[in-house]
Design a binder for this molecule. Structure first.
Ligand code: F6R
Length: 610
């Protein structure tokens, strides 16, 4: 989604803003812009549809735009087409106030009519312009006062950056339901929608809370709460290296992040196993709390939802507690049966997905206890949860998630073992075996990654197919959902995932000569049943790629056109291994089709609008 960066200090702002925006490119955008104030030139606004490079070319890498204070923005269109006029910053009628905005102003129509009736002429179709015009309407020599007046009138979700030519010594930042952070420097201050935009300059940051308004000057920052009272904010230190957010010699972030999966798994699992026990230091849920729970709800979107689908099989099997998996965007509107006996497991890589956030707030309102699994430290979902378990995947830049998905699963395994131990659902022998097997997972993931060329070869055979079905049973079905999403989101091939037993209830009519079917057969218990489904599709002309565990590879190879294997491991942990060949397959297919792998069309990394 949109990206915001702001800078106020002594150095020329535009090159710093462009650099910051380049770090936010991964979020997905369709236009970009800058507003920089200079004493001689006043407020200069440059914006352009398309890639950031267009803006760089227009400004000679920022050199042509003097001034030491300004804002930058990458826009992912919601209100109005992606074009130069609708790009941000949006500017007030006199050209003296400029605003960048992430989120949606829900009552912008009503406010626009109000301002038009007062003679204000709008130049864009955006909801954001309303904020700029309204600020000018209320401005009477005190920017902060105008900001608070505007905040009383606007509804919706927003992170705002504001500059005013009449008060060039300050930048204003506002946050409600859309992430915004501050970066503290020596003689400069920054604001941004995500820490990646500032860590090249500073590692001291502050995560703003809903309702916060911050005034940045070169020498410092003052934050006010929603009532205008000054408040002290806690600072955080970002301890990951900038190189973690760079490609490090790889052609694409997605490939780099797949290759990082063994390390991400190890970082997520190892520190939480001590003396053969799962130790979740951050978790406050006790055995008594758990005994009081009569159901779990899993709330998530996209790939995180697919982790939830796999988690259902794992948790129900081990804990014998009913687990409902709900798409966050549906949760609020389906009158969920939630009470104080519900544990809501919230899964999100970014920790900012608005649907997930809204759903978890609803679950909380209904009495549920919130336990989130999040990758981005300090994100809103993490902060609003009763308990949070972080996935230590490091920054994930490619839009298509890979290592975050795998580490979310790893946290589910840890939780499942820990909860089963607490509840006495498994004996010491089974507990020990699960812990031992889990520790083998990073190494087994590494083994798969030694044979990427095999998957590349299969991709070269099948990349021209235009319809693909993923079939599996039990946990293989859950992994199939993710395999299918990976393929369609980055290669634009239409694909569907089906529980294999469902095929003959309708979908099999779509199977014809040359349809590609990916048969996921790692769940050994159901291997034979899955093979019956493979025979059904083969009999109708499908080309079949099969994936099974090493121990079943020969039986698989006898039936499918292309057989891939993954190392044997306890079945509960199979999803983390089985997904890797599918991530690689999607990657190579997209590569061979010439797709923009890290930034697939129409998609954003962090979805902060409903
Ligand atoms: C797909 C993908 C998305 C996200 C979804 C939820 O590759 O990344 O489907 O999984 O947008 O995002 P988070 O996990 O950040 O809440």
């Amino acid at each position: 989604m949109c990206g915001i960066v702001g800078f106020i200090g002594r150095e020329q702002a535009a090159p710093i803003l462009l650099e910051g925006l380049s770090r936010l490119e991964y979020r997905g955008y369709d236009s970009a812009g800058l507003a920089v104030y200079d004493r001689e030139k006043g407020l200069q606004v440059v914006k352009a549809k398309g890639r950031l490079q267009v803006l760089r070319d227009l400004t000679d890498g920022g050199a042509k735009v003097p001034g030491t204070m300004g804002l930058g923005h990458t826009r992912w269109a919601t209100h109005g087409a992606p074009n130069d006029e609708n790009a941000h910053p949006q500017v007030s009628q006199s050209g003296r106030i400029a605003v960048v905005h992430n989120g949606i102003i829900e009552n912008y129509g009503e406010l626009k009519s109000f301002l038009e009736a007062k003679g204000v002429v709008f130049t864009s179709e955006t909801d954001t312009e309303v904020v700029a015009q309204l600020l000018e309407f209320y401005y009477a020599g005190d920017l902060l006062d105008a900001v608070f007046k505007v905040l009383h009138r606007i509804e919706g979700a927003y992170a705002l950056g504001i500059v005013c030519a009449d008060e060039p010594d300050k930048l204003v930042a506002v946050r409600k339901d859309s992430p915004l952070i501050l970066g503290y420097g020596e003689g400069f201050q920054m604001l941004a929608s995500d820490v990646t935009a500032v860590i090249q300059y500073t590692r001291e940051v502050c995560y703003l809370d809903d309702g916060d308004v911050a005034v940045l000057t070169p020498g410092g920052v003052q934050v006010y709460d929603s009532l205008g009272q000054p408040e002290e904010k806690e600072r955080s230190h970002v301890d990951w290296e900038i190189s973690a957010a760079e490609k490090g010699g790889y052609e694409h972030f997605m490939f780099k992040e797949i290759m990082e999966e063994p390390k991400a798994l190890k970082d997520t699992i190892s520190p939480r196993i001590r003396d053969g026990k799962v130790v979740l230091d951050d978790l406050t849920i006790t055995r008594e709390d758990l005994e009081g729970m009569d159901r779990f709800y899993i709330i998530a979107c996209g790939s995180s939802y697919h982790v939830g689908m796999a988690a259902k099989y794992i948790l129900e099997r081990l804990l014998r507690i009913p687990v409902e998996v709900t798409l966050a965007s549906e949760f609020r509107y389906c009158r969920p049966i939630v009470s104080e006996h519900t544990l809501a497991l919230v899964i999100s890589q970014s920790g900012e997905t608005i649907d997930t956030l809204a759903a978890m707030r609803e679950a909380k309102r209904l009495g549920a206890r919130l336990l989130s699994i999040v990758n981005v430290v300090g994100s809103t979902i993490a902060r609003e949860s009763d308990d949070v378990l972080y996935t230590w995947a490091g920054p994930e830049i490619a839009v298509a998630t890979t290592k975050a998905y795998s580490t979310q699963l790893a946290v589910i395994y840890l939780l499942a073992i820990h909860f089963a131990g607490l509840l006495g659902r498994i004996g010491p022998e089974e507990y020990r075996e699960l812990v031992e097997q889990l520790q083998l997972l990073p190494g087994k993931a590494e083994e798969i990654l030694k044979h990427t060329e095999e998957i590349q070869y299969y991709a070269s055979i099948y990349f021209n197919h235009d319809s693909v079905f993923f079939i599996g049973r039990n946990i293989d079905y859950a992994v199939g959902l993710e395999g299918s999403l990976k393929l369609k989101e980055i290669s634009y091939i239409h694909s569907e995932a089906y529980a294999a037993g469902e095929l003959k209830h309708g979908t099999i009519s779509l199977i014809e000569d040359g349809t590609l079917v990916v048969a996921l057969a790692s769940w050994n218990e159901l291997f034979d049943k899955l093979m019956s489904n493979v025979k059904e599709v083969k009999a109708r002309g499908a080309d079949v790629i099969g994936i099974a565990t090493e121990s079943h590879k020969a039986a698989l190879a006898a039936l499918v056109d292309s057989a891939l294997s993954i190392p044997d491991i306890h079945p509960m942990f199979l999803p983390s291994l089985e997904v890797i060949p599918m991530q690689l397959f999607a990657y190579y297919v997209a590569l061979m089709r010439g797709c923009d792998i890290d930034k697939p069309r129409n998609l954003a990394k962090s979805v902060t609008v409903e």
